[in-house]
Write a protein that binds this ligand. Sequence first.
Ligand SMILES: *Cc1c(COP(=O)(O)O)cnc(C)c1O
Length: 247
Amino acid sequence: MNSVAPQAVDRRTAELSANLDALLARIDAACAAAGRDPGSVRLLPVTKFFPASDVEILYRIGRREFGESREQEATGKVVELAGLRDIQWHMIGRLQRNKARHVARWAHTVHSVDSERLATALDAAATAALDAGERTEPVRILLQVSLDNDPDRGGVSPENIGPLADRVAAAPGLRLAGLMAIPPLGAESDSSFARLATLHTLLLADHPDAKELSAGMSGDLESAIEHGSTVVRVGTALMGARPITSA
Ligand SMILES: *Cc1c(COP(=O)(O)O)cnc(C)c1O
């Protein structure tokens, strides 16, 4: 952490450790309330808008998975932190097809696949990256589901999950791993996550390995865990407030 003063690193380490402990306790409590094994839900720290030095601190206190939502910012951090072994980067934000080539170099998992065109682009990019030795495993793919049928906010509509899942499952560069959703603005999280759980059950009937359910953020992770989330994507409750932004 060359550019950050040691005292600042110590301060931030204490802050992130305290936030992390509180968050893990919150996840455990939610699992207990839902009658679920605490080991059945993972925390994915979302580090968007925070510097690579924060990722490095979280790495040193034991985290290995990190979520990013903007391709350019993520690619920069991936390059900067290339020396940290065994990091798994998750792309959780909307992805344009022309960025697939970059993302396929570093993404362990992409949470935001919502069209066959994007799946096709990622498959081609992942296959090229595998051939070039830039990665050793297919890209794990979660299908982002739209729970409000608003195409502007991203996500595949529920009736198109089946065909998209089949397309991803057949792609040699990709591995279908499950579903992801963000509750619609203003919607009640309980009913949104209940609906997502039903769609996940339907998917599992045809794709029994697609067990991941990426649901829950800082404000609604208890509800998501009650409805079967296997990974919660948490930014604010761990990192602190992000700068004001539209992303
Ligand atoms: C930023 C972001 C999160 C984290 O949200 P918080 O409310 O800060 O926990 C989760 N998922 C996605 C897709 C995000 O873009």
